[in-house]
Unconditional design. Structure first.
Length: 328
């Protein structure tokens, strides 16, 4: 058979194209997966990330390598996730700070878009805060109604602390005050540790903080819990009302979710979502969440989680604009 030069070129092109076609048909995953945790080792986010990475490794039969990329309020790691190849071999955690609050309060634009540059897969864990008072400084304040009445009678006389300007604890207090129609004086601190010490010392009379770091102090009577910022009452504190019961929309719970870079193939996202659902239903996950005061999320499908993220971005943008909260 005579093979012309044109036929030879066509055969050569086909030979070159064949590996590409085969690669496109390879079963995913065919190599290790990178899992970006945008926080240093230790802490709730790292715990959740490593638990989920271990589940993926077992379920998918490939090594899942956790990469801690902390810094800049978690925006460095989240930016790295956004800029990764959308091939299914990089996933990571996103969160309320990097994907909702920081975009709302930062004057300069971020190097990524908080929702559009990601393929949301599932919310993973929720950490509600508790509304706390120093009982020595405010002995008569035993309920949210007591605090609101005191603040209305003495505008800006009560000091509330936060873990920093533009932090979730700051924005949560601003949201509560806006819903309740009160004003207190903001005293920011450089992190949650100094904030808690200031509340204990009475430097500030009121703050929000998470249950994991305050549970023993509440039991000892050194601080008093008035309410939770969770949408509903927390199982760990069934007698503690949610702010949302009196002030609709006065809810704030830090969240960590799973996402891939935007453009990741839909079948891969569907498999990751399926395995994440299995992880969240696992009794061991439920027990470890309970032990560390983590709450199970409500928005666990990709569609519901994306809608939730969009609402969070809008809520904090409106709040930051209304209260003129800006971080350079």
């Amino acid at each position: 058979m005579c093979i012309t030069r044109r036929h030879a070129l066509l055969l050569g092109a086909g030979a070159l194209a064949a590996p590409v076609t085969l690669r496109a048909q390879e079963a995913w995953p065919s190599r290790n997966i990178r899992f970006i945790v945008p926080f240093p080792p230790g802490g709730a986010a790292d715990l959740v990330g490593r638990m989920l990475a271990a589940h993926f490794q077992s379920a998918l039969g490939r090594s899942v390598v956790v990469e801690n990329r902390g810094g800049a309020g978690s925006t460095i790691g989240v930016d790295a996730l956004a800029k990764s190849a959308p091939d299914g071999y990089t996933v990571g955690l996103i969160n309320i700070a990097a994907n909702a609050i920081v975009p709302a309060v930062r004057r300069q634009p971020l190097p990524y878009r908080p929702v559009e540059d990601f393929a949301p897969i599932s919310n993973l864990a929720v950490t509600p805060a508790l509304l706390l008072v120093n009982p020595q400084k405010l002995p008569e304040v035993r309920t949210v109604a007591d605090l609101v009445a005191r603040a209305k009678a003495n505008p800006e006389a009560i000091n509330f602390g936060s873990s920093g300007v533009g932090s979730s604890l700051h924005l949560g207090m601003e949201l509560f005050m806006a819903k309740a129609g009160i004003r207190m004086t903001h005293v920011p601190f450089a992190g949650g540790g100094p904030l808690l010490q200031a509340l204990l010392a009475g430097t500030v009379e009121v703050s929000l903080d998470v249950a994991a770091t305050t549970a023993q102090l509440i039991r000892d009577g050194r601080i008093r819990a008035l309410a939770t910022t969770a949408p509903v009452r927390m199982p760990a504190y069934p007698d503690l009302p949610a702010l949302n019961e009196t002030y609709a929309g006065a809810e704030l719970a830090s969240w960590h979710g799973l996402a891939a870079p935007a453009g990741t193939p839909a079948p891969i996202l569907a498999r990751l979502a399926q395995e994440t659902q299995a992880f969240l239903r696992n009794p061991e996950t439920v027990e470890r969440y309970r032990a560390t005061f983590l709450e199970m999320p409500q928005q666990t499908t990709p569609e519901a989680f994306r809608a939730f993220m969009e609402r969070e971005v809008q809520t904090f943008r409106e709040l930051a604009r209304a209260q003129n909260i800006v971080v350079e």
